[in-house]
Write a protein that binds this ligand. Structure first.
Ligand code: BTN
Length: 268
């Protein structure tokens, strides 16, 4: 097999290798690989005339303004990691609770890492993937609505694969698969596995007795713990009681139950 390696030692994403591992029917079958873009989420979300196909995946080596949750930036070194977005535009999925799609994405990322590398992962509400309490991947799900109806949903995933040093300030210390494994991880294999597992979970999410939330919760160590939830300037303490059927965090404070829709959580 011929692997194209640039003179600097940089390795491009090998589309053939990826294709051999991709076992999906729909997700990732329309695959766009680009070098540089402002943000894969913004691109898929704001150009409906250009990106129509449900399940399209856009992978970029470099995002000029990669975005994280709560208006944070997402930094990722080119050629080392995976920064990609998946377009969900079929009404079949958008008619349902879209929070479930969000949970399916983080769960699928965690399962894929475990399947391929036997690394123990942990999920942190709302959708961070941790290894040894450090963040290996984050997810930003965004949507566009027309009236009351969501017309497109974009799931953006940033997964640290082979980057081993991280500059800047982070709310959770970052890590990568290479750091945790002690050797290089294969981006093509990982992306294909994430998409394979995600497609399965997306389909099973249509089934009313699906186990997505249960599986998600079983990987969330903070459940049952005393936590602080930060929402903007406000913070609230209580016991992380549950995640309800809508996907919201249920916080128990002095025998009262409060539902939190967003925020950052930490053990208090
Ligand atoms: C977070 O943990 O705050 C979410 C990070 C999400 C980053 C990904 S990278 C691909 C996609 N494009 C973006 O601009 N953001 C998401």
């Amino acid at each position: 097999m011929l692997i194209f390696v640039l003179k600097t030692g940089i390795q491009l994403f090998d589309l053939e290798k990826f294709d051999l591992k991709l076992g999906t029917d729909i997700i990732g079958r329309n695959f766009i690989y680009t070098h540089e873009i402002p943000s894969t989420n913004t691109e898929l979300l704001n150009n409906p005339e250009y990106y129509k196909t449900h399940g399209s995946v856009l992978l970029a080596e470099k995002q000029i303004s990669g975005r994280g949750r709560k208006d944070r930036n997402w930094h990722s070194n080119e050629y080392m990691n995976l920064t990609f977005s998946i377009l969900i535009s079929s009404p079949k999925y958008l008619k349902r609770n879209i929070n479930l799609i969000n949970y399916a994405a983080s769960l699928s990322t965690a399962i894929s890492i475990e399947n391929l590398y036997q690394l123990h992962t942990e999920l942190k509400w709302p959708n961070d993937i941790l290894i040894n309490s450090k963040k290996v991947a984050g997810i930003l799900t965004e949507s566009i609505s027309q009236g009351d109806t969501i017309s497109r949903l974009v799931i953006g995933i940033g997964l640290n694969v082979n980057q081993i040093s991280f500059q800047g300030k982070y709310t959770i210390p970052p890590t990568s698969l290479k750091t945790e494994l002690g050797h290089i991880a294969v981006r093509e294999k990982i992306l294909a596995e994430v998409l394979n597992v995600f497609e399965e979970n997306l389909e099973s999410g249509l089934n009313p007795h699906n186990k997505i939330l249960e599986e998600w919760k079983s990987r969330c160590n903070m459940l049952g713990e005393r936590i602080t939830v930060h929402v903007g300037e406000m913070s609230k303490q209580g016991i992380f009681h549950d995640i309800d059927a809508n996907g919201f965090l249920v916080l128990r404070t002095n025998d009262k139950f409060e539902t939190m829709h967003l925020g950052d959580v930490q053990i208090s």
